[in-house]
Design a protein around this ligand. Structure first.
Ligand code: FMN
Length: 175
């Protein structure tokens, strides 16, 4: 039987979607088909999938509520199939916070949600001061200052380690 693969994401500025697109491309190169959904448009039946990947970014310490609700509502169905979850945040750019068991957001999330995906990971996101409205810019500067990162940049910085994304994808899909 052919695997049916779904990827669900929640993104605000596009980095989590970019990571999902990258996974879709990797799979495409291996002639593996996957269907991509934003959490806002997902209307399929989880039971129709054999593999589901969920990716969500962090905003002010939290993943999108819709992602949390989706997982809580469908935990039983998710437990019956192969699953992968990844979080995207800026704290994960730090070497001591870039693993599932060292990234504070992911640790807290998994504790809270009481769900154990088969493969879990966390990827560093993108910093783009120019794209943020005033209040967000001030807040991100504060977060970056507290975590000893740049508080001023001329160009966006993409911290995402694409090799890590590839490793995650190969672990979930077993290719
Ligand atoms: C308003 C705002 C709040 C954020 N809050 C956090 C945060 O609390 N911790 C963190 O590590 N990263 C934080 N980030 C960084 C994002 O997680 C990062 O930019 C990520 O790439 C966003 O992914 P997305 O474009 O898929 O939403 C924040 C970014 C924004 C714009």
């Amino acid at each position: 039987m052919e695997e049916k693969i779904g990827i669900i994401y929640s993104t605000v500025d596009g980095q989590t979607k970019k990571i999902c697109d990258y996974i879709v491309d990797l799979l495409d190169q291996k002639q593996i088909k996957a269907k991509l959904y934003s959490i806002d448009e997902f209307d399929a039946n989880i039971n129709d999938f054999s593999i589901l990947i969920i990716g969500a970014s962090i905003r002010y310490g939290k993943h999108n509520k819709k992602i949390t609700k989706f997982i809580s509502d469908h935990r039983d169905s998710l437990d019956k199939i192969k699953t992968g979850f990844f979080s995207v945040n800026l704290v994960a750019r730090k070497h001591d916070k870039n693993l599932p068991d060292t990234n504070p957001y992911l640790i807290k999330f998994i504790e809270h949600i009481k769900w154990k995906p088969d493969v879990l990971d966390v990827f560093a996101g993108k910093l783009d001061y120019k794209a943020y409205p005033f209040f967000d810019r001030i807040m991100i500067k504060l977060i970056m200052k507290m975590t000893k990162g740049p508080t001023k940049t001329d160009e966006p910085i993409e911290y995402t380690d694409w090799n890590r994304v590839e490793e995650f994808s190969s672990k979930v899909l077993k290719y």
